[in-house]
Design a protein around this ligand. Structure first.
Ligand code: ATP
Length: 463
């Protein structure tokens, strides 16, 4: 089972502390969201899983963490200043601001307002999505020499460091550079909870290779991402691959395959249930060339007279110098978190026929791995033992102690936030040095001796 719609996850998130509307006490800020105590843990688990998989478990990828604010020239030469825009239209009837490329057409092929159905729309104009700011204490707001942008993708921070990483890590092709970080886009139509926001987080790899190897490596990354998403607990039934058409390709891309997730299962038309979770692009040698000092245009002029570096690669084996091709898998932390939560969402009836929510997260994703619960919170000995167990388990796994309700309520709360195991300390525990371990998914209970508890849980958390 998966969540019936995003709204279900919005209310679970707010109720239990995964995600809250940002600046809520001042009326919110459009599409900004804050991650609460459980959301920050889940997001960290996703990022750690990705970093371990992308950087540690391979032998060909290095990590970096580049600045959000770079020299404006980075965005001039990357093409973002000129082309990183969406086609903006206004509905003259209901005044809604819309993205033309997301609108449906009527029988006469005219665009239709998605809010009121009118075709009375303005001509589209390009709206640049980069957030502008000024750098330096003395600069006036409109001083062009102080203009800077918040990065709209983490990728450019990797390209401009290509030579630094190459030289310091003494890499040969193929190799990649990975980065996790915030990106900012002044989206025309943010919405659908954390699916589309103006501030979000990306996990990007730029994987550099010889041009002739790029198509094969592109396919290898597609397969690798299918496997990684599966390891997060996302069902392949809820993923489709989409090959971008030539008209849809970004200015730098030769081929892009998007992975679409079933974010909108409530929509009747199955095609419309899916939207982008990640994209894997063949960026060719576009970025390394445009940031390099040697390439020239047809008139023999340098295409980049501002850079001081040449980002070509010299292959000592073949004595060739060339600009490597780059395969870029790019995925958002926030959309991944939403997909993981939607896929894990399950409802189950208890003995009394009451419907309970269980978030069947993979143990690796669960914000809390074990909750230690005292059966009687007024019994000092039980409470002391439960608190001690929490502290003993903590170095090995994220553990919490909770005595804020009756045992039924406490179990229900842990099920809803995806905690794989509850450990209950009862009167008998004081005599037999054993506790009850309850399984989130089956609700089965098992008696486990205190000596064996940590190993028992660690073993079962490996599932
Ligand atoms: P879309 O077509 O949905 O606007 P995009 O194709 O512009 O997305 P990319 O530039 O390929 O997105 O960005 C890579 C990834 O970053 C996306 O697959 C998505 O997971 C994430 N992402 C992009 N824009 C946003 C956003 N506004 N909010 C949340 N995540 C985003």
């Amino acid at each position: 089972m998966t969540a019936p719609n995003i709204e279900t996850i919005v209310s679970l998130s707010k109720r239990r502390g995964f995600v809250y509307p940002a600046s809520d006490i001042y009326g919110g800020l459009g599409s900004s969201w804050d991650y609460g105590p459980l959301g920050v843990e889940l997001a960290n688990n996703i990022k750690q899983s990705w970093w371990r998989w992308a950087v540690y478990e391979r032998d060909d990828i290095e990590g970096v963490d580049s600045s959000i604010i770079q020299n404006r020239l980075v965005w001039k030469y990357s093409g973002h200043e000129d082309t990183f825009s969406d086609p903006l239209v206004d509905c003259r009837d209901c005044k809604t601001r819309l993205r033309e490329d997301k609108l449906e057409r009527d029988a006469a092929a005219k665009f239709v307002c998605s809010n009121c159905g009118s075709t009375n729309l303005t001509e589209s104009r390009a709206f640049n999505l980069m957030f502008r700011t000024t750098v330096g204490a003395a600069s006036a707001d409109d001083d062009p020499s102080a203009l800077a942008y918040l990065r709209p993708e983490t990728a450019q921070g990797i390209f401009v460091n290509f030579k630094n990483v190459l030289d310091t890590s003494r890499r040969k092709l193929p190799f990649g550079i990975a980065q996790i970080g915030k990106a900012f886009r002044n989206e025309v139509t943010p919405g659908n909870f954390i699916f589309r926001t103006r501030e979000f987080e990306q996990m990007e790899i730029e994987y550099f290779c010889r041009p002739e190897d790029a198509p094969r490596i592109h396919q290898e990354w597609i397969d690798a991402y299918d496997a990684w998403l599966g390891s997060l607990g996302i069902s392949s039934d809820n993923i489709v691959h989409y090959e971008q058409t030539p008209a849809e390709l970004a200015h730098y891309s030769d081929r892009t395959v998007d992975f679409l997730y079933r974010f909108f299962p409530e929509r009747e038309d199955e095609d419309k249930q899916f939207d982008e979770l990640l994209g894997i692009a063949n960026r060719t040698d576009y970025d390394l060339r445009v940031h390099s000092k040697k390439p020239e245009n047809a008139d023999g002029k340098r295409i980049n007279p501002d850079t001081t570096e040449d980002l070509s690669f010299f292959d000592p084996q073949t004595n060739e110098r060339f600009y490597p091709y780059c395969i870029e898998p790019s995925i958002g932390v926030n959309r991944t978190l939403l997909a993981v939560m939607m896929d894990a969402y399950t409802e189950k009836a208890n003995d009394k026929g009451e419907v309970r929510v269980i978030l069947k997260l993979k143990p690796e994703m669960a914000p809390i791995k074990v909750a230690v619960l005292p059966l009687a919170k007024n019994n000092d000995e039980i409470v002391t033992l439960a608190k001690r167990l929490k502290h003993d388990l903590q170095p090995s796994m994220r553990a919490v102690y909770d005595d804020t309700g009756g045992i039924g309520k406490l179990y229900a709360r842990q099920d809803e936030i995806g905690t794989p195991f509850c450990v209950t300390v009862d009167h008998e525990s004081l005599a037999d040095n054993a506790v009850t371990v309850r399984d989130r998914d089956t609700w089965e209970q098992e008696r486990v001796g205190l000596d064996a508890l940590k190993e028992h849980l660690l073993e079962r958390l490996k599932q």
